[in-house]
Ligand binder design. Structure first.
Ligand SMILES: [Zn+2]
Length: 247
């Protein structure tokens, strides 16, 4: 008979602590839209943008468009099957801010959220059909230490979660730290990035269809160098997913 008051006290305290915990969590990890700052709701994923901002994202609609601008930028790559970007990257557009936060302001969950969102939309165009594994564009270990995370890996994790395609973080590594791409010009950029990647155990990648995931494709030189490092991988095919394509 005496158990009921305890039971109700327990339930009350449970909710009380949930409330405190929720409040403390919201102080450290506010569930706000990273684009406009509006409250995104208690159950929003971290990195999730609000529906108004989502509608304003400059989508490329490239998933089912062959010979789109991303694919054309990368057309020199041998054995390229398909390539598409989710968003257009425009200077002075809120997307620029969003990508900046994802890369440099310790908010990699933005990448995870956008990767999931892109995968949900690209799935309808069967963009991921036949792909065996996902390799995020690797960061050089030194840059990884500075930043603490690889934003492309977060994007790839979002895609992997939706599609069920496994992530591969071991076979391709960055062996040369290249200066910030955006600050450089044409030919110089190519020489800097060449031979920047190494492939471990290439035989384990034989006959695979590999999706390379990157945050931003501009001239495509980094992507070309990365896939070129896998030129001795027998009978492999490559596809590219970029979160953004610079116009
Ligand atoms: Zn918003």
């Amino acid at each position: 008979m005496q158990i009921f008051p305890f039971f109700f006290a327990y339930v009350k305290n449970f909710y009380y602590f949930c409330g405190v915990k929720g409040f403390l969590l919201s102080l450290f990890f506010p569930r706000t839209c990273p684009m406009c700052g509006a409250y995104a709701g208690e159950h929003a994923l971290r990195g999730q943008i609000c529906s108004a901002c989502d509608r304003s994202l400059p989508r490329t609609e490239q998933a089912e468009l062959r010979q789109n601008i991303t694919e054309m930028t990368l057309r020199d790559i041998r054995r390229l099957d398909r390539a598409a970007a989710f968003l257009f990257y425009e200077k002075n557009h809120p997307v620029q801010q969003l990508i900046h936060k994802m890369k440099y302001a310790d908010q990699p969950m933005i990448g995870y959220y956008l990767g999931r969102q892109a995968a949900l939309e690209f799935q309808y165009a069967e963009f991921f059909e036949g792909i065996d594994l996902i390799i995020p564009m690797p960061l050089h270990p030194r840059r990884m230490r500075e930043r603490g995370y690889n934003q492309s890996e977060y994007i790839a994790r979002g895609i992997s979660e939706v599609t069920g395609i496994p992530l591969d973080l071991t076979h391709v590594t960055r062996v040369r730290n290249t200066p910030k791409q955006a600050l450089q010009e044409g030919a110089e950029r190519t020489t800097n990035v060449k031979e920047a990647f190494a492939v471990n155990h290439p035989e384990q990648l034989y006959h695979k269809h590999i999706l390379i995931v990157d945050d931003l494709v501009t001239t495509g030189e980094t992507m070309k160098a990365c896939i070129s490092a896998m030129r001795y991988v027998r009978d492999a095919k490559f596809s590219v997913f970029a979160l953004c394509k610079a116009r």
